[in-house]
Structures are given as C-alpha cells and as structure tokens.
Design a protein around this ligand. Structure first.
Ligand SMILES: *Cc1c(COP(=O)(O)O)cnc(C)c1O
Length: 358
C-alpha cells in the first residue's frame, strides 16, 4: 500500500530496516551518541548554526505543544488560524491557561496581513503562532511577511512546521522565527513516534513557561544539551529517524525533496484536472507536500477512497466542514516512478468511473 495521507508515510527499505536494529538501552553511550547525531542532523536540514534540535517521544502535536511552552503567561500570543492546526494551537494555549488572541480566517483563505498587523498592534504579543503548511487545505502560509510584522512590534514567530519541515524553505533569524515544531514521519520519511522542536539557542536558554513536566521545552533542551535524556525516547524509531535524515541528504536535502514532491504533485494534479476535478484553493501557494481537491458533484469520498485503495493507494478525506466536499492527496514518503505511473492511471480510472455514474 502506498500512503498518500499526510503522515505516517510509506517508509523506504532503509528506514524500515533501521527499525529492526538491536535493542539498546536509551541511557547507554550508543543511544546517547545517536541522539546527539540526530540533533545535529536536524539542525543541518536548514543549516542554521544558531539553532538547536530537541527530541521528544510523541506525535507532531506533542512537539507543537512543547514549543508552546515558550509562550508567555504575562504577554499574549497572537494565533493566526486558517485551518485545523492553527485552531489547535489556540486550543493548546487555552488548555495551558495562557493569554492568546486568535486571528480567525476562513479555512480556504490566505493570511490577511492587515488584520494580523492590527491584532499585533492592539495586543502587543510576545509571539505570533502560525502554521507553515496548513495541512487542512494544502496552503503554505508565507512566514517572511508575518515575521517582519511581528519584528516591528517586538514579537517573534512560533511555527507549526509539522508538514513542511524537510520540504519547504525555513529561515530562522531572517524570518524572525524563534522555533519550529515538526515530526519524524511526515516530510522527513521516518517512522511515527518521535517529534522535535528546532529553536534558536538563545531562545532555548531564555525563559520558558511550561505547564507540564513532560513537554517543558527548556528543560528537555538543557538535559539533551549535556548529553543526557529526561525520558525514554522510542529507541528504534530514533534509529529510523537518523536513517531518514541520511536519506534526505542523499535526496538533495530540502531542495531535492521539494523538487521530488512538486514533480509528483504535478502528475496528480494533471490526472485530476484532466478528469474534471478542481483544486480547492484558487491560488497556488507553492506548497509541495499536499493538495486538496473539490469532490466532483455526485461523487462521494468513500467512492474515491475505495477506488484508490483497490489500486493500492490510501488518499485522505477532508477535515471538519470540508469533510464532505473535499479530499486530499499528499505526496510524501517513499515512492518509485512505477508507483507514480500507477497512481496516475488509478486517479484517471477512479474519476472516470465516478464521472460515468453522475
Ligand atoms: C499532522 C499535523 C499535525 C499533527 O501531527 P500528529 O503527528 O498527528 O500529532 C500538526 N500540524 C500540522 C500542520 C500537521 O500537518
């Protein structure tokens, strides 16, 4: 089965083999050495020497929640929301009992910079929280202009980069990004179970406002920096992440992966548009990892899902209010050119069948 959902992804043979390494104790030198290497490799993905990687056991949501331990109690966070994951960050801040103000958007809309600027001027936040690639719709939110707005008001960005880390450009200081949260099993092609935050070192050494012990980013960073671990990491999954990062480098790093995704996405898009299926977003935001499409009139998601699944592909439903009108195709993970040709044929077959019935 080839997974076209936005994580977990189809793993390469190399990553799968790394999951079967010998059992190790997480406090023995061979594992602590692996952790140090993975943390170095995470920084190397974007190559900013002033940043540091912090690993934790848990899905991408855990990493986002840990990143938000940087959000202050004495100053609000402005949350930019144009999909499920922006709204989830607001819910996290609510459950952390921290002051925050949401700048809501319709899920299909681009970020309205004027409204964000007004909110920043009014609230005087310490941070602006935003999702880089909003997986709800496949929209890439431009970080640079948001970072500039925040900088002008003395704030900085906290970014959910769960579905962009490894395939979209990210710049820390130039874009005023303090921290990004991401996971092993999306654009990095690792196994689910380990997630991470990459943050500026000065930020990690500064104040942190944790509301749980497990997700206290400052504490996790301090312990990992001295070569130790606070808690058990999923050991095998961490070996798989190391292998996935080696393979990312071999694939040409972020630029190489982005080019691979864009090539796959254009095959998907051509097959769908040729079949009369329209992209959900009217504007192309350049997002590489996933695109959402409108379900054609008279076609149900279960028909599409079952048709693709019969050909060996798992696509993904829309979310929330978009569940009955859209579907999504992610192009992450290990996929050969034969798989892509089969996908092209399968999409054309499934939507031709759907079209005949309407
Ligand atoms: C997948 C995703 C998450 C949540 O990740 P989990 O691993 O399911 O916890 C958060 N944000 C974005 C943008 C995502 O795509």
């Amino acid at each position: 089965m080839i997974l076209l959902n936005p994580g977990p992804v189809t793993m390469s043979h190399g990553v799968r083999a790394a999951l079967a390494v010998e059992d190790v104790c997480h406090r023995e030198p061979e594992f602590l050495g692996l952790v140090a290497d993975v943390r170095r490799r995470l920084v190397a993905v974007y190559g900013d020497p002033d940043t540091e990687g912090v690993l934790l056991g848990g899905s991408g949501t855990a990493a986002v929640e840990s990143m938000l331990s940087l959000a202050r109690r004495d100053r609000p966070t402005v949350v930019v929301a144009n999909g499920v994951y922006g709204e989830r960050m607001a819910a996290m801040l609510a459950s952390q009992g921290k002051p925050h103000v949401v700048v809501p958007h319709p899920w299909t809309s681009a970020v309205d910079l004027a409204r964000v600027e007004t909110a920043i001027a009014r609230e005087k936040p310490a941070h602006v929280a935003v999702v880089h690639h909003e997986t709800t719709t496949g929209r890439k939110n431009a970080l640079a202009p948001l970072g500039a707005l925040a900088r002008a008001a003395g704030a900085s960005l906290l970014v959910d980069a769960v579905s962009s880390f490894g395939c979209e450009e990210i710049r820390f200081a130039p874009w005023n990004v303090d921290a990004v949260a991401a996971t092993a099993n999306k654009c990095l092609h690792g196994a689910p179970g380990v997630s991470f935050v990459v943050a500026r070192k000065d930020v990690l050494e500064g104040p942190c406002f944790p509301t749980t012990l497990y997700l206290d980013l400052g504490r996790l960073a301090a312990i990992q920096r001295r070569g130790d671990l606070a808690f058990t990491l999923p050991t095998h999954v961490t070996f798989a992440l190391q292998q996935a990062l080696v393979e990312l480098t071999a694939d040409g790093g972020v630029e190489g992966r982005r080019a691979t995704y864009l090539a796959r996405a254009s095959v998907v898009r051509r097959a769908l548009v040729d079949s009369g299926v329209s992209p959900l977003l009217g504007d192309d935001t350049g997002a590489a990892a996933l695109a959402a499409y409108a379900l054609p009139e008279g076609t149900t998601w279960s028909e599409v899902h079952d048709g693709l699944r019969a050909d060996g592909f798992v696509a993904y439903a829309g979310q929330g209010p978009l569940a009955t009108t859209t579907f999504r195709v992610a192009v992450m993970g290990s996929m050969g050119s034969g798989d892509l040709a089969r996908l092209d044929a399968s999409l054309r077959r499934v939507f031709a069948r759907a079209g005949v019935r309407t």
